[in-house]
Design a protein around this ligand. Structure first.
Ligand code: BEZ
Length: 259
């Protein structure tokens, strides 16, 4: 990954993320029930963002280790939850210095395009019998948004600027990958989860500014603004209704156990 792309991806404004993208953690609470954290367990929150779900896990009496690549996110997580442990590290290379009972990840793994490296990272320190509970963007996730951005770039003669920044696998592909790393997949499901964006009529613009620009990372600021506007316009018929934007999220949720 080149430096420009890396910068684009990891330097999110943590306060904007907390304020405008709060649905990320809210939906994560549902996945958390699959984790079922127990008192005394050591649990890794892989791609922990600003730490809200790590805090929820720790409230069950488990010890949590949060890991995230973004310095801003980790800084904010430490400020919000000073009693918890957070490491700033790339999930495609991080290795724990101690064994843990479970690894949890919500809305993060689609950013780790080297999925092999991410699975290696998550499972290396997992004890035998330990569980992996993850949810992230699955095959077809935000396909309507991606298509609108591609059409926008094409209409402006700039298809060359497009980068696919995410990994959205099928069930079979991801299950096979986990098996390669000694995991037994107990449950895997790909499902539609239309997601209402915060901030009313500005919801899609906010989303594209925060996440969508990863699709055209090496672009001048003024051009980015124009492409966001044009993409938003193209999406209006499809994803906007009565003041509300709904993104076409599809989730892949997996529960697996280390053999
Ligand atoms: C997601 O959670 O599915 C997602 C978030 C940001 C960019 C792409 C996908």
């Amino acid at each position: 990954m080149n430096d420009a792309k890396q910068d684009q991806k990891v330097h999110w404004a943590a306060n904007t993320y907390d304020e405008s993208m709060s649905f990320v953690s809210s939906f994560g609470e549902d996945v958390l029930s699959w984790l079922n954290p127990q008192a005394g367990e050591i649990i890794v929150d892989f791609g922990c963002g600003t730490g809200d779900l790590a805090s929820a896990i720790s409230s069950q009496g488990s010890e949590v280790i949060g890991v995230d690549i973004s310095p801003e996110m980790v800084e904010r997580a430490r400020l919000k939850y000073p009693h918890l442990t957070f490491h700033r590290a790339d999930g495609m290379g991080w290795k724990a210095d101690r064994a843990y009972d479970a690894v949890f990840s919500n809305a993060a793994l689609h950013w780790m395009k080297d999925a092999d490296a991410a699975v290696d990272s998550m499972t290396a320190g997992l004890r035998n019998g330990g569980r992996l509970v993850v949810e992230f963007g699955g095959y077809g996730n935000v396909a309507t948004i991606i298509e609108a951005v591609r059409e926008t770039l094409q209409a402006n003669g700039r298809e060359d600027a497009f980068v696919m920044p995410w990994y959205f696998p099928q069930v079979g592909e991801y299950a096979s990958l986990l098996e390669k790393y000694g995991m037994e997949v107990r449950f895997a499901q790909l499902f539609d989860r239309p997601t209402v964006l915060n901030n009313g009529e500005n919801g899609m613009k906010d989303w594209l500014e925060m996440f969508g620009t990863a699709m055209f990372p090496k672009t001048e600021q003024y051009e980015m603004g124009l492409w966001i506007e044009e993409s938003t316009r193209r999406l209006k018929d499809k994803l906007y209704d009565q003041g509300v934007w709904t993104a076409d999220y599809r989730r892949l949720r997996v529960l697996a156990v280390k053999r």
